[in-house]
Design a protein around this ligand. Sequence first.
Ligand code: COA
Length: 223
Amino acid sequence: MPLSKDNKNGGLGNEEDFKFDHLRKDDFDEVLDLLRKYFVPYEPINLGLGSTFPDKKEFIENYVTQSINCGLSMGTRTKEGKLIGVSLPDIERKGKVVEGTIPAPKNNVVRHTVEILEHMTNNYDVFQKQGINEILYYAVVCVNPEYRGNNINGKMTKIVEQKAIEKGINVAYSICTGIKSQASFKRNGYVTVYETPYKIFDFLNLTSMGDNTSIKLMVKKLK
Ligand SMILES: CC(C)(COP(=O)(O)OP(=O)(O)OC[C@H]1O[C@@H](n2cnc3c(N)ncnc32)[C@H](O)[C@@H]1OP(=O)(O)O)[C@@H](O)C(=O)NCCC(=O)NCCS
């Protein structure tokens, strides 16, 4: 039975009800299916652009492949084995941010998404400002709506951070596109270092983005 929306931290919300594990190549199709159902139709930039999954398929596949290959990706499963959450981070190195490795945008939806993300990284150079050469970056995070509000994202984040520390990474960042992800990362120690209102991007339909009025670049020192 899924968690009731007003039953926060009750029912299946206990830590022992979920299994957290790294994602493997075999999980690829299941991860894409989760993102098709629960990322594209909910994530604020996709709402503002009216994106469909086919528009974003190649873009998302690229992130999933890169993240699984980097060995830091995390999945959350129910006791029955159903995939209900993913955290898809990557390690970015100075001069080689993840967006730069994405194949040339094939449509406006992808082009505009990259434009917004690059606006953030161009205005806040994480490497220069944090005095580092590599950084943990959360490219995509997603939790099945029936299980949201239980800090599942935070629990995955904690495990990812620990693995990153073992690889010698000292700082992490996320470009949080909406109030839910901003609240989640804030609760887990991430601090806003740069914020932009969505109204500066004339190609976004702000009405379809609801209460999500700004995008935040959020940083955490891991040690
Ligand atoms: C962002 C996301 C991964 C957060 O995952 P999560 O495990 O639910 O995170 P949290 O439990 O920390 O909840 C985050 C916020 O969601 C809200 N929330 C609480 N209960 C909720 C529920 N039942 N359903 C939906 N949102 C809820 C709250 O604002 C909460 O913050 P608060 O507890 O500080 O008030 C999830 O909302 C999601 O998949 N969103 C769609 C995809 C997306 O936008 N990804 C982020 C792109 S940067």
